[in-house]
Design a protein around this ligand. Structure first.
Ligand code: FCB
Length: 440
């Protein structure tokens, strides 16, 4: 790496991130069925129809994984809590084994001097709630609030930070309009409802956590830098609308208590009744914002109904996901989010990283492209800090190779290689490079 810890301000936090369904092994410990189990069981949705049953078996191997974080000189760990592990039906009965697991997981972090940073929901909705309409049903805000109280009633006293929902855009648009993630819908009304309810659930969870006396509560959104595919006014307009749906909608709701006009021009007829009255909950103050950033997109017009957008191939070097590598986009969002929305609140990069075809050669993974990717994005972070952005920490995605949703176990994002046959962990060169850079 071209940096060390000393190149960042005193107290800057370095961490790695994971999520529950992607690593834990969902078949263990009495967890209930989720819509990701259902989605994966439906032909054509997921590569080789793989699911999170076993994943990295983190449920049993968490101590070893937390040792990797500690030995890698990380300060904090961003993990998520599985709703269906804690409440198998989504409502009502609590699975004590699930609560006990997260209790152990938090204590094991503290024992290692790691700061626990929790996300309440990273996508595995309990199936019985999906049966009731899931994110399309306004009642989800209350169900999610109740889950929040149950899990945070147990671990909320020992967390460094907490955020309700990972990436509202993915929960709502990717999953209900584009159909790429569970529940796999391609329906504009479902998408509009989900976009609003995900924010209502976010605000409700923040209010419930405040009620429990918790602090350092944030919102985690994902961003893609949207650029016109060519010089035409049509492409410019398309890129702006893509930016509105992806990058502005959720932050506007939380920080400006309104939705962007250009997005509402298409979504208004599909919104749930009374959406205008929910902004006091949606906009309840947060203490920080988390930015997940991976790539940019070139956008042009499409000959379809609204939003009439087409993603166009770009010329930049790409990751194993086919995503263009564009570190300036991270600098763009750090400065823009601070200037236009959060206005001085602490910002964290809560996810950033790349998938790479990581061959294991003689027991080693020499992932130089990942080292270059992380280095370039951390340089973008330093540039933003120098310009006054209150960036307080950076989490690499991901600690471990894991279940990459509809792409199954094929795409490797980890700093640590997982052999999915033996479940053996092997730190990659990127892990060693970060460890060296983060020495205290
Ligand atoms: C993010 C998700 C994470 C992982 C990475 C690659 O959108 O939060 O679970 O899939 O992308």
């Amino acid at each position: 790496m071209n940096f060390t810890r000393k190149d960042f301000p005193e107290g800057f936090l370095f961490g790695a991130a994971t999520s529950s369904y992607q690593i834990e092994g969902h078949k263990f410990g009495g967890a209930g069925r989720t819509h990701w189990d259902d989605f994966a069981a439906t032909p054509g949705n997921v590569v080789r129809a793989e699911n999170g049953d076993l994943a990295c078996d983190h449920y049993h191997r968490y101590a070893q994984d937390l040792d990797l974080l500690k030995d890698g000189n990380f300060d904090c760990y961003r993990f998520s809590t599985s709703w269906a592990r804690v409440m198998p039906e989504g409502r009502g009965a609590v699975n004590q084994q699930g609560l006990d697991f997260y209790d152990r997981l938090v204590d094991a972090q503290l024992e290692r001097g790691l700061k626990p940073c929790a996300t309440l929901y990273h996508w595995e909705l309990p199936s019985p709630l999906a049966d009731l309409g899931g994110w399309r049903n306004r009642d989800i805000a209350g169900w999610f609030g109740d889950f929040t109280e149950v899990i945070m009633g147990r671990i909320g006293d020992r967390l460094f930070s907490a955020a309700p929902i990972n990436e509202p855009w993915c929960v709502a648009w990717l999953s209900h309009f584009m159909g790429h993630h569970a529940p796999g819908l391609r329906d504009i009304r479902a998408a509009a409802h989900a976009m609003h309810h995900v924010l209502l659930a976010h605000g409700t969870a923040i209010e419930r956590m405040r009620g429990l006396g918790m602090s350092n509560l944030g919102a985690v959104c994902n961003f893609e830098y949207s650029q016109p595919a060519d010089d035409t006014p049509e492409a410019k307009q398309a890129a702006t609308l893509y930016d509105g749906i992806y990058n502005r909608f959720f932050l506007s709701g939380i920080f400006d208590k309104s939705y962007p006009e250009d997005v509402m021009a298409g979504l208004a007829p599909h919104m749930p009744k009374g959406w205008q009255d929910d902004f006091d909950t949606i906009g309840t103050p947060v203490d920080w914002v988390g930015i997940n950033y991976y790539t940019r997109k070139l956008i042009g017009p499409a000959d379809t109904p609204w939003p009439a957008l087409a993603e166009c191939p770009g010329p930049l070097p790409k990751t194993q996901m086919g995503w263009e590598i564009y570190p300036d986009g991270l600098h763009h969002f750090l400065t823009r989010v601070n200037r236009d929305y959060t206005r001085g609140l602490p910002i964290y990069v809560t996810e950033n990283g790349m998938a790479n075809d990581d061959p294991m050669v003689n027991g080693q993974v020499n992932d130089q492209p990942r080292i270059a990717y992380l280095d370039a994005h951390l340089a973008a972070c330093r540039r933003a800090i120098d310009e006054g952005v209150p960036l307080k920490g950076y989490f690499a995605w991901s600690l471990l190779d894991n279940y990459e949703w509809s792409l199954g176990y094929e795409k490797r994002f980890g700093l640590v290689y997982i052999d999915f046959e033996t479940l053996q962990r092997t730190p990659k060169a990127s892990y060693e490079a970060l460890k060296l850079a983060l020495q205290r």
